[in-house]
Design a protein around this ligand. Structure first.
Ligand SMILES: *Cc1c(COP(=O)(O)O)cnc(C)c1O
Length: 405
């Protein structure tokens, strides 16, 4: 309880961390085990198997994973957290656990590519209906709600164009229609934004990204109140999706979590410098970064992102540079980079860059892709923690080399 009074920078180091009871180890041990000694509990007709130490089998619960769950819940200020084997596993568990055939979901039109595939290819088969709308436009969200709408699903900032949705307003809207609000906050982890505090019922993370932060383990997390999360623990994650995190991955994620605050502040600082450079570059038509006043939802971002705007940005290349089409220029430019790494993931210490139209969002039909603003000239960057001057110099030399090519 006392921990609640500490500031985030202190909590991220100490919250729900206690030395190992048996050895005094400060860094928590990894319980690399599947099975636990069983005891008996109850009497008479009531005799039930029970793990004598509270654990029975790692698909149900594991002490290393429990330690991570407790730390994440304490940091988010939520009653509970359930950790999964991947971010997509967390999203899958949310829909599997909360929805039934015939239910309707209003989802953002710009969301993680594999999330769209999961909704369209998998959940529609089981009778769940989806409407995709611009969730930054509340009137559009309101108009999409139906009597059977059970879930409003948003990503903010969204992948890949950094669109920001007003989480608080979306929560009010969802609740007015007896629906739940789930927010994928992967792009803006703590301490940038706390969706549950803004009224979201569920917050999901791909911990693979910033929370782990080092690109060493897949993972996902679902945060919310105890009552809402209970079926995930007893049913959704344990049985239906059967996708608990491995003890080693939970441990690696916990290790990364310790530096989340210092990493995020650095990511934000470097990203702002790179965004300003790009905004002034004639090779670039438009920059999407929530911290720029030119961002369409700058006001909303300033309200809900705690004065930090994250490490993700995207930009639209200018047309006709060196006589090239946007697609050709994008391809040439990306191959000329020397320091910045071409890779699909994000949230790591190294700066990563990718081309959504040909990489992460290639599965989406061109027409829908373009409608959502994922053009041939859109480039997405996950800004690392390097010196921004070196990143800017690399971008500049790659632009110039691609122009001449
Ligand atoms: C990566 C990502 C996911 C999926 O997470 P995995 O850990 O790769 O399964 C979901 N949402 C967003 C926004 C992501 O960036």
């Amino acid at each position: 309880m006392e921990e609640q009074q500490y500031r985030f920078e202190t909590q991220v180091i100490h919250a729900m961390q206690s030395p190992d009871e048996m050895t005094g180890a400060i860094c928590p041990p990894i319980f690399q085990t599947a099975t636990y000694l069983l005891g008996y509990a109850g009497t008479g007709d009531n005799i039930v198997f029970n793990g004598s130490h509270g654990y029975t089998y790692t698909r149900t619960a594991n002490p290393t994973t429990t330690a991570l769950e407790k730390r994440l819940a304490a940091l988010a200020g939520t009653e509970d957290c359930v950790v999964t084997a991947s971010g997509l596993g967390a999203i899958s568990a949310v829909l599997h656990t909360l929805l039934q055939p015939g239910d309707h979901v209003v989802a953002g039109d710009v969301i993680y590519g594999s999330t769209t595939t999961l909704f369209q290819e998998h959940f529609r088969k089981f009778g769940v209906e989806f409407t995709y709308v611009d969730t930054a436009d509340l009137a559009a969200v309101e108009a999409a709600v139906r009597p059977n709408t059970k879930l409003l699903y948003i990503e903010s900032p969204a992948n890949p164009n950094l669109k920001v949705s007003d989480i608080e307003a979306c929560a009010v809207l969802a609740h007015a229609h007896q629906a739940l609000l789930a927010v994928d906050s992967t792009f803006a982890p703590m301490p940038i934004q706390f969706p549950n505090r803004l009224g979201a019922d569920i917050c999901v993370y791909s911990t693979t990204k910033y929370i782990n932060g080092h690109g060493t383990a897949l993972g996902g997390a679902i945060l919310g109140n105890k009552q809402l999360l209970e079926p995930f623990r007893t049913y959704g994650v344990k049985l239906v999706c059967a996708n608990p995190a491995s003890p080693f991955n939970s441990w690696l994620t916990m290790l990364g979590l310790k530096t989340l605050d210092i990493r995020m502040r650095r990511h934000c600082e470097v990203a702002m410098e790179v965004a300003c450079f790009l905004e002034n570059s004639h090779y670039v038509e438009k920059v999407y970064y929530p911290g720029l006043e030119s961002h369409p939802q700058y006001q909303t971002a300033s309200r809900q992102m705690n004065g930090l705007y994250g490490g993700m940005l995207a930009f639209e290349l200018a047309d006709g540079i060196g006589g090239h089409s946007k697609l050709n220029f994008a391809k040439r430019f990306l191959t000329k980079l020397k320091l910045i790494t071409l890779a699909a993931s994000l949230g790591e210490l190294d700066t990563l860059i990718e081309h959504p139209a040909s990489m992460t969002h290639r599965a989406i039909p061109a027409e829908e892709r373009l409608k959502a603003g994922i053009t041939d000239g859109l480039v997405r960057m996950s800004i690392g923690v390097e010196n921004p001057k070196d990143l800017i110099a690399d971008l500049q030399q790659a632009f110039a080399a691609a122009e001449k090519d």
